[in-house]
Structures are given as structure tokens and as C-alpha cells.
Design a protein around this ligand. Sequence first.
Ligand code: F6P
Length: 541
Amino acid sequence: MDRTVWSKIEAEIEATKNVTIGDLFASDPKRARRFTVEAAGWTLDYSKNRISQNTMDLLLELAKAANLKDEIEKMFSGEKINRTENRAVLHTALRNCAPGAQVFVDGADVMPGVRAVLDKMSAFADSLRKGVWRGFTGKRIRNIVNIGIGGSDLGPAMATAALAPYSKRSIHCFFVSNVDATQLAETLRQVKAAETLFIVASKTFTTLETMTNARSAREWLVRELGSEEAVSRHFVAVSTNAGEVAAFGIDTANMFEFWDWVGGRYSLPSAIGLPLMISIGPSNFRKMLRGYWRMDMHFRTAPFSRNMPVVMALLGILYSNGWHADSYAVLPYDQYLARFPAYLQQLDMESNGKGVDRDGKKVDYATGPVEWGEPGTNGQHAFYQLIHQGTRLIPCDFIGFCRSHNPIGDHHDKLCANLFAQTAALAFGKSADACRAEGVPEELVPFKTFEGNRPTNTLLADELSPATFGALVALYEHKIFVQGVIWNIFSFDQWGVQLGKVLAGNVLPALSSAEPPAAGVFDQSTDSLVRRYRAARGLAV
Ligand code: F6P
């Protein structure tokens, strides 16, 4: 992070630390308009933040000092910016809707491949939806079970729920990710083998959880349908690894390809989105891609001062590094987006949860924050107390829509009234004097006072459609990218997940072997836990 600019921002924070969001509104009748930007069907009102125009100007200097413009171009044009894995980062190519677009990696245009896979997915989704592709016994496919984890699960699971109003309701989508057999078992209890298609989704096709679940599902299917031959009608794969797909026993004709330049957590608009496409149909899927693309184009071309992902990224940095907020909440006021915070956890925390900079040196500033959230209004009756009156600063993103897919009575007005009211309550609070004026007894005044000055962004779109949904996901993807650039960290690798995987591989045999582990193989605590487990299962300790 640029030290010279950052020290100016720190000085600005120090100089204005007693100026509240309420003060800022009182001194600027045009503030709401000044701090509102529009992009790809979304309005972002960021006026309820601890910023003046000066703060924003300084934050924009920070973006400039990080050469953000060049970094954005490098990403879009296929440079290998994922340096620790020597890969390009081209999720934007997956939704590049510009006619005749070309994007090169190692001298080869990736766009023909992107279009070919989209066409193959569309043909498959259509034939399944129309009942042309049938199961081994001739029955229509009514259930899709996606087996994948992380980026091969969270994106399609979240999006399939988000776009349920556009789905073919006679096809049910299930998502199995956990190696805990409970998830698979409970899913299989709800479906009939003859009517079920399994999509084994794994970029590497080696992930322990996915391969374990896929093997168990395959055994179940063969048992239920009485023939190995059933597998080819009931299993397809989504992967970058044709060799492993074939080794698993899935015909590579039934494999939907993607590429090493698509990060797992950025892979929803690739073939990883197959269950979503089956659910909402190819035309809606393409509308979603167009929504992503509109936000991509906005991000690539809009001046930083009006650039929604850049503005959100800078505000996040202001709070993480300037105000020392450890986390931020994402609060969608739409039940269809219930899984959006969980999806963002991987997107943000796997991308920017890094402790060394691009030169491999330990950073001495905070990087990726903890992201969490739940849909409104449920969260209001659970954790908002802490956001309103707790000791921690928790910046929040509120997300809402002007129209509901389920316009029953006045539910939607009530929902949105709560959204708008929460942002006002957080920003402006309620003073002790206002409590007294209402006749609150003096001893209760401290408990009923709200300091306010709690920052929020509000994101509003007309309705939750494939296009606004795609744009929303792209907005957060790019926000996270910008933060990675400014923090000078690599956002597209995930070495931090490796160690635990390796150690699990070492522990696994010790849980079922005839002989207990030799002394000293594991650390003291792990050893005692392994022995406790073995004892409960009747094995020698
Ligand atoms: O363990 C982390 C991770 O590598 C994620 O980055 C990825 O999304 C997930 O595992 C699943 O990987 P795959 O798609 O290769 O099975």
C-alpha cells in the first residue's frame, strides 16, 4: 500500500474523527446525490459513510498510486497476473459479450472455446429440460445433484437459489459438498435414481470431498438401477482435467470443460454454472452473463470516482485500515439471496486472506476482512443489536430491490421500509436528548441511546433478474480485485488451504488402521484426539 498517500489518509481520519455522518449530511444538502453512482442496473448510495469529498479524493489517489488502471487492463487482457500459479485470470472472458471479441492467452484466442462450451451446455440443458435426454430406464430427469465443493458448489448453489423465480419448477437442484456423508445420504433420500442426473463439478477432479461423494453416488446409482451402464446417462462432469474425468469412468463426451485461467471461486459463469443453466434455461443464463458483462465494462471504463467496484473497494480499505474494522456485513433484503453472504465469504476471504505481499514479504497492515451476513429482516432480530450498539465497527452493505417476485399484500414495502430505516438508524442514531424528550427515564437513557455514525452502503436495483444478479456478482468480484491491488497481495491463489488437506491425508490412515499410531507421529494433542476417536470405535489404542 502506498505509504505516502496512506499517511495523508490517516491524517485526514485523525483530523475529522469527531465529524459524524450526521454532521456531514447537515453541511451538504447535495450529499446523497454526490455520493451515489449507477452501474449495470444498480444504484449505490454510499453517502452514509464516514467520508467527505476530501476523503474520497485521497482514497482515489491511493488507487492511482497502485497503478490500478494498468492492473485492470492486465487482468482483462489475459496477462498472467496469478503469478504464484503462473496463470492468467480471465473470468471476464467467460461473459465477454462483445461481438467478435478476442482474448489471448499464450498467443491463443480463448473466446472460440468459451463460446463452444456455452453452446454445448445450452444444447445439453435444453435436451434435459425438454425430456430428450433421459435416464437409463427412459424416465425424464427431474433431479440434478451437483457434487462439488468451494467454488464448484457455492456459486451454483447460491445462484440457483437466487434465480429460483426463473427456474423450471419441475426440475429440482440439490448440492452436495461436504464429505460428511449426511449431506449425500439426506439428498439421496429425496430423489429416485432413475430420474436423477449427477454433475460432478471439480476444477481439478482430485478434491477429496468431491471424489468421495462422487464415488458413493456412483455406487448408489449402480445399485439402484442394477447396471454399470446406467452411469453414462446419469453422470456428467465439469472440469479442467479430462484425464481424471475419464479415469473416474465418465465419458469425456459428457464433460463440460473450463480452463486453468478460471479461478474456482470466480467460476460461476463457466461450465460450473451448468446446474444453474439447467434450472433457469440457457436464455436466462446468457442474460446473467450479459449482466456480468455490463458491470465488467463499467469497471474497465468508468472513471474511478464514478466506478462502483472501485468506490466500494476504497471504502472497505478506509474501514479496514483506517478505522480498524475487522469485518463487514452483507445484508441482502431478499430471501432469494440467502446464500449470497456465504458465497462472498469464499470469494473475499480465499482471495484476500493473505499475509504476504507480492514480493513475499510479511505485510504490516490488515488485508482481507471477515465477511458475514444473513438476509434481512431476519438479521435484525439476531445480530443487529451488536451493529447498532456494540463496541465494534461493522460497516454494512444493504442490498435491496424495488419490486418483489412475490408481491403479496404489503410484505415488500415492509421489507424495504426496514432496509431504508436500518441504514438511517445506523447513520444518525438517537441522541440522549431525543430519548429524554420522549420521556425515557434518566436511568434508561444510556441503554436507549444510539450513537449512530455507523457506516453503510445501500445497493438498490429494480428487481432481482438474471442481469442484475450477474452484475451484482461481478461488482463484488471487482471490488475484491481492487482491494488486492491496493494491498499489493495476490488475490487469485489460495495456498492457505493446502496444509490442512495434507495433514488430513496423514491422519486418515491412523483413524482405521489395526495398530494405533506410533508415539511421536503426531503432535501431543492430535495424538490424544486420534486415540480418543479410535477408542470410541473399538480400535486398539
Ligand atoms: O480448497 C480450496 C479449493 O481449492 C477452492 O479454491 C476450490 O474452489 C475448491 O477447493 C474446489 O476445488 P475443485 O473445483 O478443484 O474441486
